[in-house]
Design a protein around this ligand. Structure first.
Ligand SMILES: Cc1cc2nc3c(=O)[nH]c(=O)nc-3n(C[C@H](O)[C@H](O)[C@H](O)COP(=O)(O)OP(=O)(O)OC[C@H]3O[C@@H](n4cnc5c(N)ncnc54)[C@H](O)[C@@H]3O)c2cc1C
Length: 412
């Protein structure tokens, strides 16, 4: 088949690479160069442990605080509140213990094979050096504080994630740069990360092109349809691109495209920020998750990346870089010896559904269009396994993962 993949973020590029392995021909459509949207500046963690949804039990108690603290770890911009309120209500509905167990069980299936589904793509693109498996340390100011997250940690363990308690003296041995600021940790030894998410996407995309893919730099606006089939993808400028099938991997912008195929999905953007400190004078060995601050710290090729924060303000509002300043301030508290003389800041749009599950599968009533978007906080983690599953669907092979919880029609 000739498949048009809309989106050259991690999800689109991995899906294309898996399609090519099955012998399909690929044309990419994206208005940006590869790896320049949300896949550009994320924290780069590749975590089989990241199966919990964002909405957790008793989160509703925190809602008033979110609204009142514009610089807190999770906030809603007031003018955007009326628009996002129905979405937030659904989000809270999916945060009951039963829902969280259901969602985590589904995500665990998708994320457990992170490395095995990236491996063949990395090997072909000669990009193994961009991924390492050094583990992630979740750190807490005390064991008592960590108990607030105990239920989620136990759920992860029940689902087969390896999580090892780390007492203070061992913590200092594992990560001397933390200098005793945290008194308890949990090590996820199977986790890994990328040295540069954008370079990873670019490397995989370049291999797709070497394997015959074409890339059209344009905005997709809709589809030419004949009965239950997409015949071509319409562009804002230029001739439609004829195809035998289409994959919508447009990240946070995907709902505009599915609507053109009669599918409405409650896709929202959770805007996140990063600071990359270019003068990284630390020697961190792991990715470090400062749980109380909801901040991921990852030593990367271009410096130390500090990433996190959730802001509901839609796709078009200007970034509020004060939120990135907060990340920088926290990093100073965490590592007073960190040289922060040179740094860059960034904001990206996480594509999020209220149940924190991506939308994976065939568009209802359209035989040759597939959804691959909505990975929220874990698109790097889920990119390659998503690609493998979508390629299986397109080939008519049984997927390795039960895709029912990810069904595109689940919000109908
Ligand atoms: C601060 C932060 C930290 C994060 N940390 C992590 C992490 O550590 N680990 C992890 O797994 N995930 C993390 N994430 C989430 C991760 O970055 C995303 O889930 C992932 O990048 C989404 O990839 P994507 O390919 O779906 O979307 P994107 O990378 O956004 O790509 C979508 C592409 O589609 C294109 N597009 C959309 N619509 C159209 C159209 N109509 N026509 C043409 N082109 C179109 C866009 O231009 C874009 O290039 C983080 C996110 C943020 C913001």
């Amino acid at each position: 088949m000739h498949v048009v993949v809309i989106g050259t973020g991690i999800v689109g590029v991995c899906t294309a690479a898996w399609l090519q392995r099955g012998g399909h021909q690929v044309t990419f459509v994206d208005r940006l160069p590869p790896g320049e949207a949300c896949s550009f500046g994320n924290a780069g963690s590749l975590s089989p442990s990241a199966c919990l949804p964002v909405g957790m039990p008793s989160m509703w108690k925190k809602v008033p605080g979110w609204l009142l603290d514009p610089l807190g770890p999770l906030t809603v911009r007031w003018p955007y509140l009326p628009q996002v309120l129905p979405w937030l209500m659904r989000f809270l509905h999916h945060s009951s213990p039963r829902e969280v167990e259901r969602i985590a069980t589904a995500m665990r299936q998708l994320l457990a094979p992170i490395f095995e589904s990236y491996e063949p793509l990395l090997a072909r693109a000669d990009a193994q050096h961009l991924v390492r498996r050094t583990g992630c340390l979740y750190v807490y100011s005390s064991r008592e504080i960590a108990r607030q997250w105990q239920w989620g940690m136990d759920l992860r363990r029940r689902l087969g994630v390896v999580m090892q308690d780390v007492e203070q003296d061992e913590l200092e041995h594992l990560e001397p740069d933390l200098q005793g600021r945290f008194r308890f940790g949990i090590l996820a030894p199977e986790n890994g990360s990328t040295l540069d998410p954008s370079e990873l996407v670019k490397a995989l995309h370049a291999q797709c092109e070497r394997d015959g893919a074409r890339t059209v730099l344009a905005t997709a606006t809709g589809f030419v349809r004949q009965r239950d089939q997409v015949r071509a993808v319409r562009l804002e400028a230029g001739e439609p691109i004829a195809c035998d099938g289409v994959v919508i991997a447009g990240g946070a912008w995907s709902a505009q495209l599915t609507r053109a195929l009669g599918l409405r999905v409650p896709l929202e953007t959770q805007r996140g920020y990063h600071v990359t400190v270019n003068s990284n004078n630390l020697a961190l060995r792991h990715t470090v998750m400062a749980v109380e601050h909801n901040m991921m710290v990852n030593p990367m090729a271009k410096g130390l990346r500090l990433a996190g924060s959730v802001e509901f303000a839609g796709l078009t509002a200007a970034p509020n870089y004060q939120r990135a300043d907060v990340l920088l301030q926290r990093s100073r508290d965490m590592f007073p010896h960190l040289d922060v003389s040179r740094y860059t800041q960034w904001m990206g749009h996480r594509p999020c559904l209220p149940d924190s599950l991506p939308v994976l599968g065939q568009v209802p009533r359209v035989a040759n269009a597939w959804c691959a978007f909505g990975h929220g906080h874990v698109g790097m983690c889920g990119g390659a396994s998503t690609g493998r599953e979508i390629a299986a669907l397109i080939d008519g092979r049984p997927p390795a993962v039960d895709l029912a919880p990810f069904s595109p029609g689940r919000f109908a």
